[in-house]
Design a protein around this ligand. Structure first.
Ligand code: FEO
Length: 403
């Protein structure tokens, strides 16, 4: 693979983590994810973010670097926007190849650089507004962007081109093959990356939504001509499209989210499952879009994306040994971790000899500010009365989203 020319002296180097891998060791990636690095060349040469040391990715990175052509020894400056190992895993080896390289990183990043990579020499600590002149009209300006994704994170703006190298911010899942820029995508491909941006956001960034809003406000004065993230495509035709999408994703946290409902259900012997059709029928009777996930069949990474954008959630779960059905407890725990807050919620489910799921659900969600409807519980198999009540409750919930 060759590096992609983004402008005079500016290049994108991209590798892909393919679908067999789990991002952060836990999130499925059916269509993979790209890891993008960038080279900016003036009289001096800077590399912005690096690659994970996995699956031969460093060799692919080197091949693209050499295609510019640049070799490790010619890299003067290493800009570290973010220390997570998907961007720094290969840094110790890259540094070994060029011990004269100088590092630019935030104060918190410098501590992590030592902890993760054992690097403490040639380190320049930078803060918002600090700049680095590369010569030949190239200048990098740094902006701290705490918690996008880690506390040490910053973004880098190249003043001549107006490109914002945003690292995780404005990123998405999805491997990148031959099309690197938004203006090269078909409408279906554009839709794909937007959908994968939401899932990436819900999995990786959601819990830090407050900081997304702060960062967007901080970067507003910049004349951003392109967004070049470390995951996903480069937005040069419509950088505002991904900025606006991220602003919308962040707003979903405190609401209002979309007038849609996510149904998440689980069943041991089918007695809770038998009610799902009635729930869906009730929602659809109001013309409200519904996303349906079965647990544990569907991975929580996908469930998070649906729930994050939905104003309401319906939980179907039986009681299991006086408590919640365990796979659903895992989902609810993840909702608490990722701050899936301020949702309208309806729960339905059967119990065998005693209830208990409802009590535990209330305990686990006590800080999520969920607005619960009266739960629908029954012993054993659901009768017609239960099915009718479920359809009505779901219809009422859907109707409430339209007010
Ligand atoms: Fe792509 Fe938070 O690392």
């Amino acid at each position: 693979m060759k590096a992609t020319i983004m402008g005079q002296g500016i290049y994108r180097l991209g590798v892909n983590l393919e679908s067999g891998n789990l991002f952060e060791g836990m999130w499925p990636m059916p269509d993979g994810i790209s890891i993008n690095s960038y080279v900016v060349r003036g009289e001096k040469t800077a590399v912005i973010d690096l690659v994970q040391d996995i699956n031969g990715l460093p060799a692919e990175f080197e091949e693209e670097l050499h295609s510019i052509p640049v070799v490790a020894k010619e890299v003067d400056y290493m800009i570290i926007n973010h220390m997570e190992p998907d961007h720094t895993g290969w840094l110790p080896e890259f540094y070994r190849q060029n011990p004269d390289m100088e590092f630019f990183v935030t104060k918190k990043g410098a501590k992590m650089l030592k902890a993760f990579c054992g690097i403490s020499g040639n380190v320049h600590v930078v803060a918002t507004g600090d700049s680095l002149d590369l010569g030949d009209g190239k200048e990098l300006v740094f902006y701290e962007a705490p918690n996008l994704h880690w506390p040490e994170t910053m973004v880098t703006y190249e003043t001549g081109s107006g490109i914002l190298f945003s690292c995780d911010a404005f990123g998405s899942y999805g491997a990148i093959r031959d099309k690197v820029f938004d203006d090269q995508l078909s409408s279906e491909e554009h839709e794909f990356f937007m959908k994968e941006a939401l899932r990436y956001y819900a999995n990786i960034i959601a819990g830090f939504s407050m900081f997304v809003e702060k960062a967007i406000t901080k970067l507003k004065p910049l004349d951003i001509k392109a967004i070049a993230p470390s995951h996903g495509i480069i937005w040069r035709e419509r950088p505002d499209a991904i900025i606006d999408a991220y602003a919308k994703f962040a707003r979903y946290m405190n609401g209002p989210a979309e007038p849609e409902i996510t149904v998440i259900w689980s069943s041991m012997y089918g007695n809770t499952g038998k009610v799902v059709d009635s729930i869906i029928r009730g929602i659809r009777s109001q013309g409200v879009p519904v996303h349906v996930h079965r647990v544990p069949d569907d991975d929580v990474g996908f469930i998070l994306a649906s729930a994050w954008k939905s104003s309401a959630i319906v939980l179907g779960m039986p009681t299991y040994e006086y408590r919640m059905f365990p796979p659903m407890a895992w989902v609810i725990d993840m909702f608490a971790r990722k701050k899936v807050i301020k949702k309208k919620v309806l729960r339905f489910g059967s119990f065998g000899w005693s209830g208990g799921a409802e009590k535990e659900l209330q305990q686990l969600t006590s800080r999520l500010q969920w607005d619960f409807m009266e739960p629908l519980e029954w012993q054993g198999a659901p009768d017609d009365k239960v099915l009718t009540a479920a359809e009505k409750a779901a219809s009422d919930l859907a109707a409430s989203l339209k007010q």
